[in-house]
Design a protein around this ligand. Structure first.
Ligand code: PLP
Length: 280
């Protein structure tokens, strides 16, 4: 099922054309987006997602997103959803049409969650490490690369996922050229060691994750140490759990990395998944 809403609060038919062919979001991937998990009609981390949409838009020199308009569109999607308990809710804003007056194209689209994601949530997955060509300091040195913005230009991320498939895996852990862990193409990497959770710093040029932030809130309340610090690939092989965190996938366990089995993380993953759910 899909429900589409515009920022003026009107609903649109997701099967009918809506975007002009000269929209810069389509022509150049020039825009920003968010994907939000909705459970039982309640969007998770809506505020942080809207904040991050505004941050990404600022990085792309786009107008400030119409927050009230997006909230209105979200309400319309939720109010008209008659599908399952969970929704993947996408908020999209592009630079509008080429040569136009700069009015953004914007909408909210509610979709079912893909069965593949549901299987991976339950069973975990195999990942490969792939070089992202990012070195420490690049984000400040070259802001035009838009590292850590959630822009619509995800072709590289999708190509990395296809490379993972070619290597017999289903996910990717991006690394710097020198072997420091970055993030997944659509997820944050979180590592558990003892009672400590670690995620790499967003200053490396990666997206600050709302799911990771929610997990860290819950975990630190439950007595875990949480830290933002560099992680080397070698450390993943000896961690108690390696988890890919993102809104729709929630926390997905990595059981195999570059063809090698990781230590069994079933129990730690179950504990972390419980902590994350306790936030809601
Ligand atoms: C590159 C990247 N990193 C991390 C994440 C995880 O972010 P969140 O937990 O806010 O969904 C995403 C989400 O899709 C992403 O695209």
């Amino acid at each position: 099922m899909r429900v589409l809403a515009l920022l003026d609060g009107t609903q649109a038919d997701p099967d009918s054309p809506l975007i002009r062919v000269d929209d810069l979001g389509l022509m150049r991937g020039d825009g920003v987006f968010e994907t939000i998990l909705v459970v039982d009609g309640k969007p998770r981390e809506l505020g942080p997602h809207l904040d991050r949409l505004a941050r990404s838009a600022a990085m792309l020199d786009l107008p400030d997103p119409d927050r009230a308009g997006f909230e209105r569109a979200v309400d319309v999607v939720l109010g008209n959803w008659t599908g399952g308990r969970e929704i993947a809710l996408k908020l999209v804003m592009t630079r509008g049409v080429e040569g136009g007056d700069g009015t953004p194209t914007a909408f909210a689209l509610g979709m079912d969650i893909s069965p593949k994601v549901l299987t991976q949530r339950a069973e975990g997955l195999a990942a490969v490490t792939l070089d992202r060509g990012i070195e420490p300091g690049l984000m400040e040195r070259a802001p035009w690369l838009l590292l850590s913005a959630k822009s619509l230009s995800y072709a590289v991320n999708m190509a990395a996922l296809r490379e993972a498939e070619r290597r017999g895996a289903s996910e990717v852990v991006f690394t710097t050229s020198s072997g420091s862990v970055l993030e997944g193409p659509t997820s944050t990497v979180v590592v558990a060691r003892g009672r400590t959770l670690t995620t790499p710093p967003s200053e490396l040029g990666i997206l600050p994750g709302t799911t990771q932030a929610a997990l860290f809130r819950a975990a630190s309340r439950a007595g875990w140490q949480v830290e933002v610090a560099p992680i080397e690939v070698d450390e993943l092989y000896v961690a108690d759990a390696v988890v890919l965190a993102s809104s729709v996938r929630k926390l997905t366990r990595v059981h195999t990395l570059d063809g090698k089995s990781l230590p069994d993380s079933t129990a730690v993953h179950a504990e972390l998944a419980g902590l994350y759910e306790s936030e809601y």
